[in-house]
Write a new protein. Structure first.
Length: 112
């Protein structure tokens, strides 16, 4: 039964956390990520200026896709380290990838 809850959480882009009672897993809590309230507006504004938004996340593939799909971001990179994100931005700045500067937009401390 807990395995079903874990699979359901992962299908929805959440991280499943087992809750133990007396050393035995008795429940699963699904934790998810979301955009800040102004995130949709910011992404829309960036699109109007020309750049194509890309999501770079330290979370799982399913979680990254789940967050990216909500505002219609087609390209999502998962399990990225801070160094990997920096490399992604450097690559995006090189022609012919984009005729405009690329800059990261972050939400705060990033997972390792």
């Amino acid at each position: 039964m807990l395995d079903d809850a874990v699979r359901a959480a992962e299908r929805h882009g959440h991280t499943a956390v087992h809750l133990p009672v007396e050393g035995r897993a008795e429940a699963v809590v699904a934790l998810g990520d979301s955009l800040r309230s102004g995130g949709y507006r910011t992404i829309d504004h960036l699109r109007r200026l020309g750049p194509r938004p890309v999501l770079a996340s330290g979370h799982s593939e399913a979680a990254a896709r789940s967050v990216a799909e909500r505002p219609g971001i087609a390209e999502a990179h998962a399990r990225m380290t801070p160094e990997g994100r920096a490399r992604l931005v450097r690559t995006a700045r090189r022609p012919p990838r984009a005729p405009w500067p690329a800059a990261p937009v972050v939400r705060g401390p990033q997972p390792p």
